[in-house]
Design a protein around this ligand. Structure first.
Ligand code: SIN
Length: 260
């Protein structure tokens, strides 16, 4: 097994691993460490994985989360089908931050890819925070933000209280201790105690920093790619340039803890 960096800011690829027969503890530890250091990893050549293999590997990362309203694929609770880019997946975000305990990890396995288009962008929220001045970093450490579920949650009949959470703007990573910006344009509606209008300029500035080229890596999918990202330290957004071709990825999310 070889682990190689994919970009300066974040990302690594893992070559020479076959997950169809499971994975040994020491190899899993190496992959897990690489993910915590790199924020996102791509394990190449996993096209032979069955849904059972994907669920078994996912379960090694923690408790598999069942989405409250997006159905799983037939027969495999916990595997969600991701297809066309849409306004939610195209906006920089980390997953389900409107939950009290947002997801820790997401595993996305390429099943059907377009010839071109549908790359996924990743950003280091840690690198973004580190690039700020000490003064702004200190000010942000004092703030929390209100995260609210999108209109999809309301349409699915979820009570508003079930899809609103207040999280610190700066989140220390539970494994590495590295601080990351933990605000995103999908779910954050305001800084806690501020109006949306007051919050917007600061949030817009922070989203701009997260999306700076030097904080990002653009993943061009290859058949068999199994990508895993750490929602505590990164954000992602899909590029919405798929022109009428099929794009199917199988997604599993792993439960996390409330940010502190
Ligand atoms: C997602 O936001 O979970 C999906 C990303 C993608 O479609 O590449």
């Amino acid at each position: 097994m070889e682990i190689r960096p994919l970009a300066g800011a974040l990302g690594a690829e893992v070559i020479g691993l076959d997950l169809t027969g499971g994975i040994e503890g020491s190899a899993f530890e190496a992959v897990r460490d690489a993910l915590h250091q790199s924020g996102m990893i791509c394990i190449r050549d996993q096209g032979a994985m069955t849904p059972e293999d994907q669920l078994a590997f996912a379960a090694m990362w923690g408790e598999i989360s069942i989405h409250p309203y997006v159905p799983s694929i037939e027969g495999y609770p916990g595997i969600m089908k991701i297809y066309d880019p849409n306004p939610i997946t195209q906006t920089w975000h980390s997953d389900s931050t409107h939950m009290r305990d947002p997801h820790a990890y997401t595993l996305l396995l390429a099943r059907v890819l377009p010839n071109v288009g549908g790359d996924t962008m990743f950003a280091s929220a840690t690198g973004a925070f580190e690039s700020l001045s000490p003064g702004l970093q200190a000010a942000l450490r004092e703030l929390s933000a209100v995260h609210e579920g999108t209109s999809l949650a309301a349409e699915a009949g979820l009570e508003h209280e079930a899809v609103v959470a207040v999280h610190p703007v700066v989140r220390p990573h539970p494994e590495t201790g590295a601080e990351a910006l933990f605000v995103n344009d999908n779910y954050v509606t305001r800084i806690d105690g501020w109006t949306p209008e007051e919050s917007r300029p600061l949030l817009k500035y922070l989203y701009g920093v997260i999306g700076r080229y030097e904080n990002t890596y653009r993943h061009r999918w290859r058949g068999g790619d199994l990508v895993i990202w750490d929602n505590r330290s990164t954000q992602h957004a899909v590029v919405g340039d798929v022109a009428g071709e099929e794009r199917v990825l199988h997604r599993v999310t792993i439960a996390g803890n409330a940010p502190v």
